[in-house]
Each structure stands twice: as C-alpha cells, then as structure tokens.
Ligand binder design. Structure first.
Ligand code: NAP
Length: 289
C-alpha cells in the first residue's frame, strides 16, 4: 500500500489533509447527471480510497444532483474522524442536466441544507462558493452578497470553513475581506496554467490551491512529452501529471476523479513518484507551448 503521507499535507483551516485526495464527481451518471451505471462499483471506489489512506473527498450536491453525496453517505457514513469532506454550492442543475447559477440567499441556504441532509452530517467541513459569472472559467464580478450569506451560515454553525471556486485573484482578495478563505479550487493542470501567479500568491499566504480537472477532466491530457517522460520513469502519463502538480507548489492539494478502482490506485501511487529536475523542465514546456 502507498503511504500517501510521503507527499506531505496541506491545511484547510484547522483541518490538515494529505495532498492526495479524491474527487467524487465521476461517481454520478453520464454528464454528472443521474445515477451511475454501477452503484456498487462507486461504493467500492469510495471505500477503497479511504482504505488506501485518502482523508479528503471533494464533492457537491449538484453532482447527480444529490446522487454523489448520497453514494458517499452510503459508502462511508459514519465518517472516520480524520476524513474531511469538501463540498460546493452556487449552481443548480436543470432537468436537461444544465448547470445554472444559484446565488440567492434562499438558493445558497437550500444548497447547504441539501448537502447536510444528503451527506448525513450536522456541519459541513468546507464549503466552496462556486462562482458562475462564466460557467467555464473565472470572470470578474462582486462576490460580496453570496459570500456574506455563506459567512452567516458559518456563524450559525452549519459550515466550518469556506473556500472559493472558479475565482479570480480580485475575488479571492474580496473574499478575504469578508471571511477566511481556506482554499481556492480552479481549473489547472500541466496544459492549462492560467493560474500560475495565483498559485504562487496563495502558496505565500499558506492557502491551499485545489486544481480541478488535474488530469484534463472531460478531455484527458494527451502530450507526447508527457508520454515520453512517463515511459522514462516507468510510470503512467496520469501519474506523471499528478506528480508534476505535487511538485509545482507546496500548497497544491489533489482531487483526481475516477470511477475505476484501478485508476484510483494508479493515481494514489503518484504520491511516491519523484520527478527529476530535467523531467520537470520538459513538462513545464507543455503549458508554455
Ligand atoms: N469546482 C469545479 O468547478 C469543479 C469542476 C470539475 C471538477 N471538480 C472536482 O474536481 C475533481 C477532479 O476533476 P474531474 O474528475 O472532473 O477530472 P480529472 O480528475 O482531471 O479526470 C477525470 C477523468 O480522467 C479519467 N481518469 C482518472 N484517472 C485515470 C487514470 N489513471 N488513467 C486514465 N484515465 C483516468 C476518469 O475516467 P475513469 O472514471 O474511467 O477513471 C475521468 O474521465 C472532480 O471529481 C470534482 O470533485 C470541480
């Protein structure tokens, strides 16, 4: 079994988690909508993740919707004390599987209660406010109103810690004036490096950065350089992509997603993969190209 602690830990407020966690989005049905084809397989992946030492799961009640959280609860409740579950609010699914902004006080409060009920907890460990000014990437706009709603729910004891997702640098700064921001979850990987400067700023501040689509998401990473480096190291391209992120900055916390036990174990093994400096340099060239 891989010792995930070899890759170190990152703080999420008063919780400390290993840098290799698990993203649960792939456990819903196709298009992150409806139930999975094989519910038992989804339960098995979650139980294996925790058995392998994962202590951080990323989810949302809008995956399914509700389905992913209900599967997490069925697989793992009562949760081990050391497990941190991070969820997100700010979107609502349409009947056509669309992703729609849901930022009113009523919608955010409802989303927090949906998460509490479907996960089966009295308080949510970490809630990310998933910004939707542009669904596909960070875009400017004030976050004061929705973040104030979350901060109020935090004061009422329903949320421990707050983070931001799909956020710009300006929104992170605005958020910090309202409440403590313990993590930022944006799209970032070997080939998509728009957040390089933000990651470095957050690292200096000791704030976790959680890249979503670490393996490319719906378009898995493909690069001849990545494949060549992986072959030289006797690893898989996905392991190298994760190891690159681990080495990229100490505040990066990984949540690769998979519905497969084999891929789960492969991804977790990246914790023990050391990338030589020349491999880092070659891989750095992918994003620059
Ligand atoms: N904040 C946001 O807006 C946002 C958006 C998207 C995702 N997220 C979070 O980020 C997490 C990670 O993102 P993601 O799951 O969308 O994308 P990802 O981790 O980049 O990639 C997942 C895809 O890669 C495949 N995969 C995983 N491991 C593999 C391996 N070792 N070899 C080959 N293929 C592999 C998966 O298929 P298999 O199932 O077949 O393994 C799946 O299709 C999600 O689970 C979710 O929690 C957040």
């Amino acid at each position: 079994m891989i010792d995930l602690a070899t890759a170190g830990t990152v703080s999420l407020g008063d919780r400390t988690v290993k840098r290799l966690g698990y993203g649960a989005m792939q456990l819903a049905g196709p298009g992150v909508f409806g139930p999975p084809k094989d519910r038992d397989a989804a339960l098995a992946v979650l139980r294996a993740a925790v058995a392998e030492g994962v202590d951080h799961i990323d989810t949302s009640d809008f995956y399914g919707p509700h389905v992913t959280n209900q599967i997490i609860r069925a697989a793992l409740h009562p949760y081990p004390d050391h497990l941190t579950i991070v969820t997100k609010v700010g979107a609502k699914r349409g009947a056509d599987a669309s992703w729609n902004p849901a930022f009113s006080a009523e919608a955010l409060t409802q989303a927090v209660h949906d998460n509490l009920r479907n996960l089966g907890v009295d308080v949510l460990d970490v809630v990310n406010l998933r910004l939707m000014f542009d669904v596909h990437g960070p875009a400017e706009g004030s976050i004061e109103a929705p973040l104030t709603v979350l901060a109020d729910l935090q004061r009422r004891g329903l949320i421990r810690r707050i983070g931001l997702s799909n956020a710009t640098r300006r929104q992170v700064a605005e958020g910090r004036r309202i409440t403590e921001i313990v993590c930022v979850q944006n799209q970032y990987n070997l080939a998509h490096r728009a957040d390089d400067a933000l990651i470095d700023e957050l690292a200096e501040a000791g704030t976790a950065y959680v890249p979503f689509f670490p393996l490319g998401g719906f378009s898995p990473l493909q690069s001849s350089v990545l494949s060549e480096v992986a072959a030289r190291l006797g690893a898989t391209p996905m392991q190298v992509a994760l190891a690159w992120l681990l080495r990229r900055a100490p505040n990066i916390l990984l949540i690769p997603g998979t519905s497969s036990l084999g891929h789960l174990r492969e991804n977790l093994a990246a914790a023990a993969l050391n990338l030589p400096t020349e491999a880092m340099a070659a891989l750095d060239g992918i994003g620059a190209a």
